[in-house]
Design a protein around this ligand. Structure first.
Ligand SMILES: [Zn+2]
Length: 313
């Protein structure tokens, strides 16, 4: 290596150290500004007939935590539509098939004609969470040790593409769970249905270095930040143990502020408790508080309400 390269490398390293230092100072300063206090929409939660809670209890939890409303995935899916009928200005129902049922012959995802009827009649306002490539998981104590095996449906499976396209006819977003190491399949799906608005659940549990470029290349994709916390999605947490937002995520969220939503991913019976919901909301308020106020407003509720609006009255 010649001297010139050595100097260049040293300078580059100094620049990197300076940039990291600045980001840390900014993160600390923003953190000191305190949590985001504005409106919040939970753009990713599940409601199950078998294990509750009731829509009234769910709304009670949201009221206690200062959450305006939610995009809801029912199990079975009419549960979410019923919740919306009771709380039309606070719930947007999506059509979710069971965990391993995306390609079942009776799945609405693979029956575009039936899907068309449900969307036309406003029974549902979107699809998902569509479980595609899903890693096996087992939650800890706060999640009641809920668990599931892996699921392996490629996002670009030919039987699903017609359904994605049908959703676009009605302006209905499609929330998909696809782990980031299968992002190539997701990208092919995005490009096969370019008119469809997709929301990448949990941002695929991927790093900002994968999520940012995929969003930039595909204007029909947003990402939700659900299950990126110490309690659900551990290992892919967006905040450091001291509460500071990872600098790579701070810049990605800022640069692509109109492309992210938050979500609590309530789904296990143990999640539907005030202390758990309040803790999750505090985590996301702390995260958003480290972003510029206009960015926090978009990610906290504006983007969700733009792509999946609550009914007006
Ligand atoms: Zn998921």
């Amino acid at each position: 290596m010649c001297l010139h390269h050595k100097i260049t490398r040293r300078r580059a390293l100094a620049t990197v150290i300076a940039a990291v230092g600045t980001a840390l100072v900014q993160a600390r300063a923003a953190h000191a500004a305190g949590p985001y206090e504005g409106p919040l929409v939970d753009a990713h939660s599940h409601l199950k007939a078998a294990s509750g809670p009731s829509p009234d209890e769910l709304i009670g939890l949201y009221d206690g935590a200062g959450v305006r409303g939610a995009v809801l995935f029912g199990e079975p899916w009419p549960v979410a539509s019923d919740a919306r009928d009771r709380y039309p200005r606070r719930i947007v129902p999506f059509l979710a098939e069971g965990y391993a049922n995306a390609l079942h012959p009776d799945s609405s995802y693979v029956n575009p004609a039936g899907l068309d009827q449900l969307l036309a009649a406003n029974v549902v306002r979107g699809l998902g969470e569509v479980i595609l490539r899903h890693s096996p998981y087992r939650l800890g104590a706060v999640g009641g040790y809920a668990s599931a095996p892996a699921n392996n449906v490629p996002a670009d499976h030919p039987s699903l593409v017609a359904g994605y396209r049908q959703a676009a006819v009605w302006g209905a977003p499609v929330n998909v769970h696809q782990e980031w190491f299968y992002a190539d399949e997701l990208e092919r799906a995005l490009q096969a249905a370019p008119e469809t608005t997709f929301v990448w659940a949990h941002a695929g549990h991927g790093p900002a270095s994968v999520v940012g470029p995929l969003l930039r290349r595909n204007p029909n994709l947003l990402a939700d930040l659900s299950a990126r916390t110490p309690w659900i999605g551990p290992g892919t947490v967006l905040l450091r143990p001291n509460g500071a937002l990872e600098p790579a995520w701070a810049s990605t969220l800022t640069d692509l502020a109109d492309r992210f939503v938050i979500g609590l991913d309530l789904f296990a019976p143990a999640h539907f408790r005030a202390d758990y919901v309040n803790q999750m909301v505090a985590y996301y308020r702390g995260l958003l508080g480290q972003l510029a106020p206009d960015v926090a407003v978009m990610i906290g509720h504006g983007n969700a309400e733009r792509i999946a609006p609550f009914a007006e009255a």
